[in-house]
Design a protein around this ligand. Structure first.
Ligand SMILES: CC(C)(COP(=O)(O)OP(=O)(O)OC[C@H]1O[C@@H](n2cnc3c(N)ncnc32)[C@H](O)[C@@H]1OP(=O)(O)O)[C@@H](O)C(=O)NCCC(=O)NCCS
Length: 178
């Protein structure tokens, strides 16, 4: 069953997300980050346990990002990941947001859900705000993918400016232990 996340889901969400983060598949999420962004998230619950997580973060009037998509290893290949992305698509439709994007290593999975590879430079600078927290930061090897919901009309607000050429993403200094 997919449903919007509640406060009580946070420990289970952190377990699923961070077990993949440990393998470099995605960014770690702290409890504080999950509490703060909880309204962005849906969970897939099976027998009272969180086995899948996904968030939809609004970037701009015409763009939302599928974030922190993860399915517990034991429950892979059962359509749970696809259902969670479809939840994001429905949520974007409800919010009247025309484009969804993902930064991912799972190109084939997202292609099956109607996403296409785009150049990273075509995405607005705001997308890269999380990069300061990513150990790969300037060496990002994720694939940028977008799906346009053609049935949603163009947004009325201004379009987000693309990432200017030559802009380097701010990086936190690395402090070594003495
Ligand atoms: C990617 C992920 C969310 C997919 O979840 P899932 O529940 O196993 O996916 P589904 O069962 O819905 O798979 C849907 C389809 O995609 C395919 N698929 C899933 N993962 C795939 C992969 N890594 N490579 C190629 N195809 C894949 C499935 O075979 C299935 O194909 P079918 O419809 O022809 O049977 C899951 O593997 C995962 O948690 N990965 C680690 C975290 C991660 O990389 N998240 C993405 C960050 S954006």
């Amino acid at each position: 069953m997919i449903r919007p996340a509640t406060i009580n889901d946070v420990p289970g969400m952190a377990d699923v997300i961070n077990s993949h983060a440990e393998r470099g598949k995605m960014l770690f999420k702290s409890y504080a980050q999950l509490y703060e962004a909880l309204r962005d998230f849906a969970v897939y619950e099976l027998d009272g346990e969180v086995v899948g997580v996904c968030g939809l973060a609004i970037i701009w009037a015409d763009l939302a990002e599928v974030r922190s998509l993860a399915v517990n290893e034991t429950f892979r290949g059962k359509g749970i990941g696809s259902d969670l992305v479809r939840w994001c698509i429905e949520e974007a439709r409800r919010l009247r947001i025309r484009r969804l994007m993902s930064l991912t290593y799972e190109q084939r999975f997202f292609e099956k859900l109607g996403f296409e590879v785009v150049s990273k430079e075509s995405l607005p600078l705001k997308v890269w705000s999380d990069c300061v927290r990513c150990p790969k930061n300037n060496n990002c090897d994720e694939i940028a993918m977008v799906r346009t919901l053609h049935e949603v009309p163009e947004a009325k607000g201004p379009t987000a400016p693309p990432t200017p050429r030559g802009v380097s993403i701010p990086v936190l200094p690395i402090y070594e232990d003495d």
